[in-house]
Design a protein around this ligand. Structure first.
Ligand code: SAM
Length: 358
């Protein structure tokens, strides 16, 4: 599909799911930052924003961002932390349409809009000084039709401090064409370990390794989205400088799907090709059971010694603190643990109620 055709068609279910995840994440993330305890300004960047709606008038990322801001505002108090939203699309006409949409949008989200019609990389260079402002919390939505050059992306992320991002990766194309020389400039050296349905995890692991090589601490997670009635699976890659962001994204992911990482079924802890047509056959994915077992073994081997160790271990492996708590609870029932300590993100990470497991 040529780039500009995207908005000439109705959004498919996969696109709507991607946008729902964006909305839900912002609804979790924004209220905390708007209270002003962690940041003195909020910047949201929608780098490939489109005109605001598809042909059937379904709202795209810009209108969803504005809705999330309007919902997050304290209703009576004035503006607490200024919010700036940067909308960009290489297609000038789409930016014009979006401006019209926002002018007539019924919501009164108190934020400053900025518009540009630049190529993504040029836009990034242009807004970089805003992202680097002291005390800024940045959220980046990167939703290209094609691929981004990942080495360049890592360089940009390396220059930023308090930053979260959601990036769409058309992993079906990447999986098919990655060995073609022309594609190698996007994700050089990426190898896939399994079938297309494992590709999202492979891409996430690859990006994490590139960030480690660049000595950049970002916590990553992924969500695989299968297009309805096709075998195409694409990816959302989430990244955050903070465990707080990761915890929020994982809450959204587990709230969206019973396996927390895909809109299709899993067989245990592997994505299961043969169950393509049977969404969520496996209502209680065995991956959670196997995670419980790993936590139990690691505690017994003293490789996880505190509740803090367990919460961090859960999050970086794509699980929620509550899921880790369930493992501790069954250890207590089995007489392997005397007490289940506080295990929520708030108690352990935010309020530092750290206890040695005994
Ligand atoms: C997948 S769509 C984004 C959809 C949008 N997030 C929404 O919800 O409607 C990709 C957009 O990227 C724009 N685009 C294509 N190449 C671009 C580039 N190099 N830089 C910035 N935008 C680009 C297209 O015009 C298109 O609107």
């Amino acid at each position: 599909m040529p780039r500009d055709d995207f908005h000439k068609n109705a959004f498919d279910e996969g696109t709507v799911l991607k946008l729902d995840i964006l909305s839900k994440y912002l609804e979790e993330w924004l209220p905390v930052f708007m209270q002003g305890r962690y940041a003195n300004r909020i910047n949201i960047f929608d780098f490939q924003c489109g005109p605001g709606r598809d042909v059937k008038k379904v709202e795209g990322s810009p209108l969803r961002i504005v809705r999330a801001i309007a919902r997050a505002k304290p209703s009576t108090e004035g503006r607490v932390v200024p919010v700036d939203v940067y909308f960009n699309d290489a297609d000038k006409q789409k930016i014009g349409l979006l401006q019209g949409e926002l002018d007539s949008f019924e919501l009164n989200a108190k934020c400053n809009y900025h518009f540009s019609a630049l190529n993504f990389e040029d836009c990034f260079a242009e807004v970089l000084p805003h992202m680097q402002q002291q005390g800024a919390a940045n959220f980046l939505f990167i939703d290209p039709t094609g691929l981004v050059r990942i080495a360049w992306m890592i360089d940009q992320l390396s220059m930023l401090s308090y930053t979260d991002f959601i990036m769409f990766v058309p992993s079906a194309n990447l999986y098919r064409f990655n060995k073609v020389e022309e594609f190698q400039k996007y994700f050089p050296g990426l190898t896939f370990t399994g079938t297309l349905i494992d590709a999202s995890r492979d891409i996430c692991t690859y990006i994490q390794s590139k960030l480690h090589e660049a000595k950049q601490e970002y916590y990553l997670a992924q969500f695989a989205i299968k297009k309805e009635r096709t075998t195409n699976v694409n990816s959302l890659i989430f990244g955050s400088r903070s465990l707080f962001g990761l915890n929020k994204f994982l809450s959204v992911a587990w709230g969206t799907s019973p396996n927390g990482e895909a809109n299709f079924d899993l067989c245990g802890d592997v994505l299961c090709a043969k169950q393509y047509a049977l969404p969520f056959l496996d209502k209680i994915p065995r991956k959670v059971e196997s995670f419980h077992e790993t936590v139990r073994e690691m505690i017994l081997a003293k490789r996880l010694q505190t509740n803090h160790d367990v919460v961090v271990f859960a999050l970086v492996n794509g699980f929620l603190p509550a899921q880790a708590r369930a493992a501790l609870k069954s250890m207590k029932e089995a007489g392997q643990l005397q007490r289940v300590p506080p295990m929520s993100y708030g108690s352990v990470i935010k309020n530092k109620k750290v206890e040695i497991l005994s």
